[in-house]
Design a protein around this ligand. Structure first.
Ligand code: ADP
Length: 211
């Protein structure tokens, strides 16, 4: 990896993942506060399916106009409901959205490279499920016991325990993600406890790359 003074310079790429409700958003916003450039793959995906985009048109063509909200944008909740029940439709949606997200992510990497950033991080909820680990030099997984995750997701999304467990069932088991990762942050404790772990991670890893 060329680090500086060269045209093929590349910033270190860190992927941040974890199951639904593990605390990815929490950890990423803390890293942003500390000065790291953290891109959200979900946000890239939302941009990719914005009203009128090529991916938007393909989704409407496949799922029908019923998938739209009154304001003409995609009804994401309805779409999520459909794909949790139907594997084929889930795969079809992924085939439409993923290439667009990869394209946008490449653009973000390029911007970061041109700025000569030392590092860029991307929050990717389904990083291992979609084989996106190949895009990153390192992967950090935020880890929380399933029962704690279920409780946090129920509170955050105002859903039942059954619904929360359904969301988790379609994701790779957390132990597997942990095994495949370079770094693991335990978010079972209080937010302040996790911040201390993140401070340590920042000093020992990110700080050293940035300096
Ligand atoms: P994800 O982005 O991985 O789905 P979030 O960051 O949204 O997860 O966290 C899930 C919920 O749990 C949120 O409501 C968040 O405020 C809460 N949460 C995150 N970390 C903690 C923690 N350490 N202690 C208590 N609640 C937490």
């Amino acid at each position: 990896m060329k680090r500086s003074g060269s045209d093929d310079y590349v910033p270190v790429k860190l992927g941040i993942t974890g199951g639904v409700g593990s605390g990815k958003s929490f950890v990423c916003s803390y890293l942003r506060e500390k000065g790291l450039n953290v891109v959200s793959a979900d946000e890239l995906a939302r941009n990719a399916v914005a009203h009128g985009s090529p991916a938007f048109e393909k989704i409407v063509a496949y799922f029908g106009k019923d998938i739209l909200s009154e304001d003409g944008t995609l009804n994401r909740k309805k779409l999520r409901g459909i794909i949790t029940q139907d594997k084929k439709k889930k795969e079809m949606l992924e085939q439409i959205v993923h290439p667009e997200v990869f394209l946008q992510m490449d653009r973000e990497f390029d911007k970061s490279r041109k700025r000569r950033d030392a590092m860029i991080a991307v929050e990717v909820p389904l990083l291992f499920e979609t084989g996106m680990e190949v895009f990153f030099d390192y992967v950090l997984t935020v880890s929380v016991n399933t029962d704690v995750r279920v409780r946090r997701v129920m509170t955050r999304d105002q859903i039942t325990q059954k619904e929360a467990r359904e969301l988790m069932k379609i994701q790779m088991p957390e132990e597997e993600k942990v095994q495949k990762s370079d770094f693991v942050i335990d978010n079972n404790g209080s937010p302040d406890e996790t911040k201390i772990l993140m401070d340590r991670f920042y000093e020992n890893f990110i700080g050293k790359i940035k300096n």
